[in-house]
Design a protein. Structure first.
Length: 233
């Protein structure tokens, strides 16, 4: 997957997220999201601050000056709470401004900067070329988390497959994760999860398999339902 293709996914997912937020009135923005303990305003604030954080990584790659995504996990959480408490108009403006700033930085990255190493909030050292995929995950998954009409059924097949591959790889190194074989119905695709001795085979549509693996509500069903899994991120 090329950087340009990933950036196209970012732009498409950002447009969906912004349309979903624009379709809410101010009261709707304060309604519960699909994420426990978060209102929709928390999701919007998180996506806006994540854009700022990824600009930090692009600055790091471009200049060589270490610029962490967040100053600390505590500051990240405080920023989200503060953002969620902003007046609705200010929060909407912050989202649009942050998205535009990140979009401009992605479009303007020098070609030789994409392979420079940066460090994620989880402490992983990765090339800057992974930043567009990191943002792709955020905008598409959190569009569904808004619980305002968008869902995993709106996510492109390639993004769903990438999400499944990411989560499956993580869970295959996470202790005490049940072993599950995920099989996509209506098309090719199989993902192995966990490290147990015997696997449960779970079949379903690609959007539902991704939602299950990421711990999100399903719009359809799986056969069988599948065991409980640890948190994705």
């Amino acid at each position: 997957m090329t950087v340009a293709s990933l950036i196209a996914w970012v732009n498409e997912g950002t447009a969906l997220f912004e349309r979903t937020v624009a379709g809410m009135d101010d009261a709707g923005l304060e309604a519960p999201s699909a994420l426990p303990g978060w209102r929709r305003s928390h999701v919007v604030a998180h996506v806006a601050y994540n854009a700022d954080a990824l600009v930090n990584l692009l600055d790091w790659a471009r200049t060589g000056v270490p610029t962490p995504m967040y100053s600390s996990p505590e500051q990240r959480a405080e920023d989200i709470e503060k953002g969620a408490a902003l007046p609705p108009g200010e929060l909407r403006e912050k989202l649009i401004t942050a998205n535009a700033r990140l979009g401009a930085n992605l479009a303007g990255m020098p070609a030789d900067a994409w392979e420079r190493q940066v460090r994620t909030a989880q402490g992983r050292t990765v090339p800057a070329s992974q930043v567009p995929w990191m943002r792709t995950r955020e905008v598409w998954v959190h569009s569904a988390d808004l619980a305002a009409g968008a869902g995993f059924h709106d996510i492109p097949q390639g993004v769903l497959e990438g999400l499944l591959a990411d989560a499956a790889a993580k869970f295959s190194t996470t202790p005490d994760t049940p072993r599950v074989s995920l099989v996509a119905t209506g098309g090719p695709g199989r993902w192995e999860v966990g490290t147990g001795d015997s696997a449960v085979q779970v079949a379903g549509a690609l959007p539902d398999l991704a939602a299950y693996l990421l711990g999100r509500p399903l719009s359809g069903r799986l056969e069988p339902a599948g065991p409980a899994l640890p948190a994705w991120l």
